[in-house]
Every structure is written in structure tokens, then in C-alpha cells.
Write a protein that binds this ligand. Sequence first.
Ligand code: CP
Length: 289
Amino acid sequence: MTERDFLTLKDLDRRELSDLLEVSSQLKRAPHSQELEGKTLAMLFSKTSTRTRVSFEVAMNQLGGHAVNLNWTETNFVKGNVRDEAKVLGGYCDALMARVFTHQQLVELAEGCERPVINGMDDRYHPCQALADLLTILEEKQRFTGLKVGWTGDGTNVCNSLMLGAEMTGMEMTVATPKGFEPKIQTTANIVRDPKEAAADADVLVTDTWVSLGFEHEKDMRVKLFKPYQLNANLLSLAKKNCIVLHCLPAQRGYEITSDVLDSPQSKVFQEAENRLPTAKALLMKLLI
Ligand code: CP
């Protein structure tokens, strides 16, 4: 088998992305199989995780394989060469899913490991989250083309990956961020300052934490700067009446999103979180079979 990595959404073409979402839907209807019997996934984490860790481990179990969880600080990644350590993991396991601090570290893991490497989130991208976001939008709207996606707040890794997803599926995306917090990539998305512009007539409104992992020391400054970008009832009222709300979680209630919005019928946030599981399964099947 040719080794195939999933470091960004761009590692899939449009047809593959569409097929993967279709398989994800099928897997929601038939969650258990032996498709990955005998296969092992190594999961390497430099940062904390609930959804990514558990969805991938459960995905492997429900497909007949299993997963090995590794905390970076408890392995010899802290002492050795990243490529060497990754090569060794590839010798034991059928794939490696990693959450690391920098995209460069992920590239080095992929260079060393001779098995597929999956980006479980780095500073630049969170493609597995984007798969779940896209599945949720498709389930709720039954299409992508012509939809308007509004992003308000920090231009995070989740924002970057959703921007790629919007471009690949024909959605129009508007991202509103304060100066200096724009997304790190360029796509067809419009970048604006005013969150009202992102919310206006939106079919989907999305936000993310203002204080990403590793930026806790900037919390006071960020809370003040991002306050006008809060996803609250006022902002949501500018969107279409049937606009859905997404957030990758964990959310800081009362900061980037208010509880009345997060718990409203328009919020599909927990459906989005659940969709991490079938999309992880579809991705693993694509890369491992
Ligand atoms: N959304 C997400 O990636 O969740 P975790 O950080 O809990 O994995």
C-alpha cells in the first residue's frame, strides 16, 4: 500500500472529500464492523484532548482494530529525533495520529513514519475537526453550494481548516477577526473586521475559543480584544432564521459564545462533536484499507 498522509484537508481532492462524507453517513447507520481487524493506530498527544483522543480510539475499536495512546512527554520523543521515533512507531503500528504544537513537527513525523500520519491538530490546521463540521452542515442543510458561513473571533487552526473545507465544497465564507488575528492561510474566504458582516444572512455561524492552548498567558488581553466578536443572541439575530451554530469545543461559555446560543435549538455543537466519530472512522478506512 502507498503511504498516504492526512495533514491538511487539501490531502483529499473534492471527490474524495465528498465520498468520505458519504461513507461517514453510512457509518452512522452501521457503526460496527471488522473493517480494521488486526490494525493498530498509534495516537500521540503533546496537548490535552477529549474529542480527538476518544473518537479515534472508539473508531478503531468499533472497526475491529485498536489504538495505543501515547503522551509525548512520557515517550522518548522528548529525548530523541522526531523522525527516528516516528519511524519506529510506523514499524509497530499501521497509522499514526498526532496532536503537536507546530505543523513543522507534524511534517517531520510524516517524513519519518512510513505509515499514514493523521493531523490530530497542530498550530495551523485541524482537518479532522473540519470533516465533522462539514458532515454536520451537510446533515442540516443537505447541500454546500451557495451556503454562507460566517466565522467570528480568532482566526484559529479550526478556522483555517474550515476555510479550506468551504473552498472545496463551494460555500462562501466570511471571517471576522481583530487586526493581527486573521487566518494564517489564504482561500476564497473574505476577511473582514466587523463580526456583523460575517453574521449577516449567514446559514452557518462558527466561533472558537479566544484563548487557544498555549496562549493562556495572553488571556486578559485576548478577552478584551475579542469581546466584540462574541457569538451571542444579538449577532445570531443578523443571520438567517434557520442559521445553525457550530463550535469545535471545548467552549468557554460567556466568552466566545454565550450559553443561550450554545444551548439553543439552532446550536448543532453536540451533533458536530458526535460527528467526530463517524468521520474518524471513514478517514481511517480510507487510509488503512
Ligand atoms: N475539538 C477538539 O479537537 O476537541 P479536543 O481538543 O477535546 O480533542
